[in-house]
Design a protein around this ligand. Structure first.
Ligand code: ZN
Ligand code: FE
Length: 749
């Protein structure tokens, strides 16, 4: 009997073909396996019983980094006579393409890296079929060395032998290389190369200096995380006064010495994706200015051989730091730097450790928080992008969704698969616009998707909307505009592969509403076809325009509308308060708003926690941090009437308690609890009226783990089912997915 087996999923660049070949030997199967670009095709001939076991074993024993999404098995009646089991060279066919994300160095490679007897001893680019760069070095599909930036490094004879040997760990490993044939590290504008370059950087870091290090998806800026002065110097050179820096710990023990780690967090921290995880500080000796006034710290583990060498290189430095600040090397507001020329121009530091392997696609570190001990993605990029999201019935239309303006990612989709891109950044700077356009082109080529429709936000003045309009013109394809908060909810439905009706709770900072006002605290009844806004937080007049998100005192004054109270709370100087109140009275530079983000800002300001932010979301983050130190519990004090969430009354109540001198942390907690309560109440009422039993939570406010956890608890108490984000960010970094879904389904209708 001969079977034709097609395996779909991440089956390229993860040692899939050698795995199939070994499995065939085990079950006495003859035939062949070939990489078809979009899938792996197997012809298997053997006894019926063995064939059955063989097919089962494919899913059960698949290589660790593969992800099988579908297996098609058909029996064929050909009289083919196989005499062996063969691995056939790559052929390319169009179809659904799964580009593997980059994979952190595996245990085997890490062991060889520090084994003096190994030929790859201390080789900064060691990799195998189970690990190494993928997306960031990929030029084109199918994934073969000549279509990656490793093409400039011809394999030496001994690497070649491993590459062609089916039972080697590096059989068919495209980026395979060694000390003889691999890329080289060097210090820019300096003589040091190879190991000397690594030693020099270790010396700089150990003595309180700053170094730039080229990684997988771009440059990092690094310094000793326990050295206050070094961190301060880095802050000054990056013009980043207080936004938290991420830390790379030497190993899991070093992380555990400073932070609390749950078992689940440990698994993710050490996973092949190696994301940054926000961990609770615990008697931390990390410098206070790494994450000032925040009770969590962004932590990751080394994920490239070079990182391991920087921490553990066998030289005379014995007290090398166990924790390094590792922050994206980029000028403020511009995406991460990937080449030497830009690094020299943009990165202020004591040395730049670069290498001659080109980065073809940017990939920032992914950032993840945990809510109720489950992941909650904040930035989805390296290690995760561009893995697709499956959505049943999304249909065959090819779509490009541009995403939002802040934390931009875009999304290409085809055949029920939606591929969110790596993180691009805030698309305000023209340089970012260029990078966005280039990245779109690259991903269209890699995934072989020619969009028939392009989607963007409803906001008329977003740069991303302009880019979408341009693409629509150039490619002569229709442009659809998707309301911001509807896109948020759809992204949650897409991630959960949920096609039914939901009560959609979209809470965030700012989005353009379909009535021309600023939305941000919205509850919809919706499905994948349409939405209806049925509830929202209390409207308020917001003065100060674009300055509001950073100057939270403005939101506070807008809600107070009272000079003497604002002065009493010392929100800002008197001149500012008067000017703000005048704007409100004369209706100058004012918008009507239901932004929940601004409500968080206002509460943070009146509690004296944060009146001016130096980064987006600072006021809300610090408010949450304060709330988490409170041990108090509260009953519900408010009632939702006419489906308006009484956030105005909540604000007034907090104000009067604050003026009565109540504890600030308790009031911060009180705010979170009451807000969760009134959201749940509104959902209960809507559910009662409509019989809809499922609630979807999305929008940047649900990045707040305290609010999300409380809201879920209160919704479940009311018998409602909750859909939330896990691996797609609830913030604007996720809306491309919702836009794509809307465009695909709309296009089909
Ligand atoms: Zn490896
Ligand atoms: Fe948003």
């Amino acid at each position: 009997m001969i079977k034709n087996i097609k395996v779909f999923g991440i089956v390229q660049g993860v040692g899939f073909r050698p795995f199939i070949s070994r499995l065939a030997d085990e079950f006495f199967i003859l035939g062949s396996v070939a990489n078809k670009g979009s899938y792996v095709e197997i012809f298997a001939s053997g006894a019926a019983e063995n064939l059955e076991k063989f097919v089962t074993a494919i899913t059960e024993k698949a290589p660790p980094r593969s992800a099988i999404l579908k297996i098609d098995v058909t029996e064929i009646s050909a009289e083919k006579n196989f005499t062996s089991f063969e691995i056939i060279e790559s052929e390319h066919e169009a179809g659904d393409i799964f580009v593997s994300p980059d994979i952190a160095i595996c245990e085997n490679c890490a062991r060889e890296l520090f084994n003096p007897a190994d030929k790859r001893y201390l080789h900064p680019f060691i990799n195998c079929t189970a690990c190494g760069p993928r997306l960031t070095i990929l030029e084109n599909m199918p994934y073969d060395r000549e279509r990656t930036s490793m093409k400039n490094f011809p394999m030496c004879e001994s690497c070649k032998a491993e590459y062609f040997k089916p039972n080697s760990r590096r059989f068919d490993a495209q980026p395979i290389c060694c000390n003889d044939c691999g890329p080289k590290v060097y210090i820019l504008n300096s003589q040091e190369k190879n190991h000397d370059a690594i030693k020099k950087v270790r010396k700089i870091l150990a003595s309180g200096g700053i170094a730039a290090i080229k990684g997988i998806g771009g440059f990092h800026l690094a310094c000793d995380a326990k050295n206050f002065d070094a961190v301060q110097k880095l802050r000054e050179s990056k013009f980043r006064p207080s936004k938290p820096f991420a830390i790379m710990f030497k190993d899991i023990d070093a992380a555990q010495a400073e932070c609390i780690l749950t078992d689940n967090q440990k698994i993710f921290l050490d996973s092949p994706q190696k994301p940054i995880i926000l961990l609770q500080k615990n008697n931390s000796t990390i410098a206070e200015n790494v994450a000032p006034n925040i009770n969590k710290i962004g932590a990751m583990l080394p994920y490239t051989p070079l990182h391991l060498l920087i921490f553990n290189f066998p030289d005379e430095i014995k007290n090398f730091p166990a924790a390094l600040v590792m922050t994206s090397g980029n000028p403020s507001g511009v995406p991460i730097t990937i080449d030497d020329e830009d690094a020299l121009k943009n990165l202020e530091c004591d040395a730049i450790l670069s290498n001659n392997r080109k980065i073809l696609m940017r990939a920032d570190d992914s950032v993840m928080d945990f809510i109720d001990n489950e992941p909650s993605m904040i930035r989805r990029s390296r290690g995760y992008a561009p893995l697709p999201i499956f959505f049943d019935g999304a249909g065959n239309n090819s779509v490009l969704a541009i995403g939002g303006e802040l934390k931009n990612t875009f999304c290409l989709a085809k055949n029920n698969l939606l591929y969110p891109s790596p993180y691009i950044g805030d698309v305000e700077d023209l340089r970012t616009v260029e990078i966005l356009k280039n990245s779109i082109r690259r991903m269209m080529d890699l995934l072989e998707i020619r969009p028939e429709i392009v989607a963007c936000d409803l906001h008329p003045r977003y740069q991303t909307s302009k880019v979408a309009a341009e693409i629509s013109q150039e490619m002569q394809i229709p442009l659809v505009k998707i309301p911001h908060h509807y896109a948020h909810i759809l992204s949650c439905l897409a991630e959960n592969n949920f096609g039914g009706e939901v009560i959609g709770v979209a809470f965030d900072g700012t989005g353009y509403g379909d009535d021309g006002t600023i939305w941000g605290g919205e509850i919809f009844i919706c499905d994948t076809k349409s939405y209806r806004r049925v509830s929202h937080i209390a409207k308020f007049k917001q003065a100060g325009g674009d300055k509001s998100p950073k100057e939270s005192w403005r939101s506070a004054v807008s809600m107070l509308k009272d000079f003497s109270v604002a002065k009493n709370l010392n929100l800002t100087d008197e001149k500012n308060i008067s000017a703000q109140i005048l704007m409100l009275e004369k209706n100058l530079n004012c918008v009507e708003s239901t932004s929940c983000g601004r409500l968080f800002d206002a509460v943070s300001a009146i509690l004296g926690i944060c009146k001016i932010s130096s980064y987006e979301g600072e006021a809300a983050m610090k408010l949450q941090s304060a709330a988490e130190t409170s041990k108090k519990n509260f009953d519900c004090d408010f009632e939702v009437e006419n489906l308006i969430l009484p956030t105005d009354k909540l604000f007034t109540e907090i104000l009067s308690r604050r003026l009565n001198g109540e504890n600030v942390a308790d009031l911060a907690k009180y705010f979170h609890v009451q807000l969760a309560e009134i959201i749940a109440q509104a959902c209960e009422i809507i559910s009662f009226q409509t019989k809809i039993k499922t609630v979807a939570l999305s929008g940047g406010c649900f990045q707040n783990s305290l609010l999300t956890s409380l809201t879920i608890e209160k919704l479940k108490l009311r018998g409602l089912k909750v859909l939330r984000h896990r691996l797609i960010p609830p913030n604007d970094g996720g809306i491309c997915l919702g836009q794509a879904l809307a465009a695909i389904l709309g296009a089909r209708n």
